[in-house]
Design a protein around this ligand. Structure first.
Ligand code: PMP
Length: 404
C-alpha cells in the first residue's frame, strides 16, 4: 500500500546527535544538543526530582488509573500559578482554561488545533512566526491547516533583535493576526526583547487586536529566576492582550522524556473560559484521551510543597548559572586570550541554552569536518554542550574557523 510514500529526511538535530555518537574522536564536542548537560557532559537528574520520585514510589495510595481528560487538577492549577503568577488577575477572576499536555510540543499542538477551529480569522488561517524560530513550529501549525508566515526578528549584522523590523511587521499585519512569541530565551537565537521593548510590542498588539501565542519552554532555566522569565507573559496578561501560553517542564525540571506540560488559554470572562475549556477537553479526548500521570505527579509535588519548591529553585539556579558562567568563560577566551576577530558581546548578552554565534554555514561545516564539533548549519550552539574540559578546545577551533 505504501509504494507512493517518499522517504523523509532524518530530523537535522537528531541526525547531528547520531553522527556525534558514531564519531570515535576523543575530543569531539556536541553543541547541537537541546538538553542540559552538567560539567561532566552528562544528563542531570535534578536532586529535587530524585527526592519526589522516591516519595511517589513509596506512596501506597497511588495507582495507574486514568487522569481526567484535562489532566491532574493539582498539577494544572499550580502550573498556571507558576507561569501567570499567584496574584494573577486572570486566575483570581477565573478566566484561565488550563489543560495538561504532552510537554511543550503538545501544548503548541493543542493550542494550534484550538485556534484552527475557533479563532475568528481575518481571512485564511495564518500564524506569524519569528524568523528564525524553533523549526517544529512550522510543522505543528501546518499540520492543523494554519499557514506559517515569518516576521523579522533577528538581525544578522547586530546579532541582536531586529526591533524595528519586528514592530513594523506588527503594525503592517492585518488586524487580529496571530503572533507566536517566545516568552523567554528565544530558540534558536537567545535574543529576547527588553522589558521596554515588550511594552511597545504589547501596545501595537492591543492597537491592532492581535493575538499572542506564547511559547514558554524555558521558564527559570533562562535567567535562573522563575518570575523574571515570566515577565512578558504576566505583563501581557496585565495589559489584557488576548493570549494563550504553552508551558513545558522539559528543561526547567529536566523531565524531557516524561512529557510534562500545559496549555493555558486566557479569556475575558469566567463564562468564556468555561466554554473554551469544554472545547479543549473535546479536542484533547480525540487526540490523546488522557495525559500521562507520572511526570505531572512529580511536578505537582514540587510546585505544591513550599520546601520542595525552594529546593527546585536552587536546582534551576545550578543549571542556569552554569550556563551563564560558560557564556562568560567563552567570551573571555575569545576576546581576551585568543583575540578572535569580530565582536562577541552577544555571547554574554544572549540568554538561555542557545547562542547564535553569527558564524556562517561554511564556518559551521568547517567546525564539524575539521574539529569534530557538532553544531547546526545556522551557527547555533548549545551552551550546555560546553564544560570546563572542552571549552578551550571549542574556543580555539571557533577562532580558527572565524579566521578561515
Ligand atoms: N518550544 C520551544 C521554543 C522549544 O525550544 C522546545 C524544546 N526544544 C519546545 C517548545 C518543546 O519541547 P518539549 O515538547 O520537549 O517540551
Amino acid at each position: 500500500a505504501w509504494q507512493q510514500v517518499p522517504l523523509a529526511p532524518p530530523d537535522s538535530i537528531f541526525k547531528l546527535t547520531t553522527a556525534y555518537k558514531a564519531d570515535p574522536f576523543p575530543q569531539k564536542v556536541n553543541v547541537g544538543v537541546g538538553a542540559y548537560r552538567d560539567d561532566h557532559n552528562k544528563p542531570w537528574i535534578l536532586p529535587v526530582v530524585k527526592k519526589v520520585t522516591a516519595i511517589l514510589l513509596n506512596d501506597p495510595t497511588l495507582d495507574h488509573e486514568y487522569l481526567p481528560i484535562t489532566g491532574l487538577p493539582e498539577f494544572i492549577s499550580a502550573a498556571a500559578k507558576l507561569i501567570l503568577g499567584s496574584d494573577s488577575p486572570a486566575l483570581s477572576e477565573a478566566r484561565v482554561a488550563s489543560v495538561q499536555t504532552i510537554s511543550g510540543t503538545g501544548a503548541n499542538h493543542l493550542g494550534a488545533l484550538f485556534l484552527s477551529r475557533y479563532y475568528p480569522w481575518n481571512g485564511q488561517p495564518v500564524v506569524r512566526l519569528s524568523n528564525p524560530t524553533w523549526a517544529n513550529h512550522y510543522a505543528i501549525f501546518k499540520n492543523v491547516g494554519i499557514a506559517p508566515n515569518d516576521y523579522p526578528y533577528y538581525h544578522p549584522v547586530t546579532i541582536g533583535l531586529d526591533y524595528d523590523g519586528f514592530l513594523g511587521a506588527l503594525r503592517d499585519a492585518v488586524p487580529r493576526s496571530v503572533f507566536l512569541l517566545h516568552a523567554c530565551a528565544h530558540n534558536p537565537t537567545g535574543v529576547d526583547p527588553t522589558e521596554e521593548q515588550w511594552a511597545a510590542i504589547a501596545d501595537v498588539m492591543l492597537e491592532k487586536g492581535h493575538y499572542a501565542f506564547f511559547d514558554c519552554a524555558y521558564q527559570g532555566f533562562a535567567s535562573g529566576d522563575l518570575d523574571r522569565d515570566a515577565f512578558a507573559v504576566r505583563y501581557f496578561v496585565g495589559r489584557k492582550v488576548p493570549l494563550l501560553v504553552c508551558q513545558s517542564f522539559a528543561k526547567n525540571a529536566g523531565l524531557y522524556g516524561e512529557r510534562v506540560g500545559a496549555l493555558h488559554v486566557i479569556s475575558s470572562t469566567t463564562e468564556e473560559a468555561t466554554r473554551v475549556r469544554s472545547q479543549l477537553s473535546v479536542l484533547q479526548r480525540s487526540e490523546i484521551s488522557n495525559p500521562p500521570s507520572h511526570g505531572a505527579r512529580l511536578v505537582s509535588l514540587i510546585l505544591n510543597n513550599p520546601d520542595l519548591f525552594e529546593e527546585w529553585k536552587r536546582d534551576i539556579k545550578t543549571m542556569a548559572h552554569r550556563i551563564i558562567s560558560i557564556r562568560q568563560e567563552l567570551y573571555d577566551l575569545l576576546t581576551q586570550e585568543l583575540k578572535t576577530p569580530g565582536n562577541w558581546d552577544h555571547i554574554i548578552n544572549q540568554i538561555g541554552m542557545f547562542s547564535f554565534t553569527g558564524i556562517n554555514p561554511t564556518q559551521s561545516q568547517a567546525l564539524v569536518d575539521k574539529a569534530h564539533i557538532y553544531l547546526t548549519a545556522n551557527g547555533r550552539i548549545s551552551m550546555a554542550g560546553l564544560n570546563s574540559k572542552n571549552i578551550r578546545y571549542f574556543a580555539e577551533n571557533l577562532d580558527k574557523a572565524v579566521r578561515g
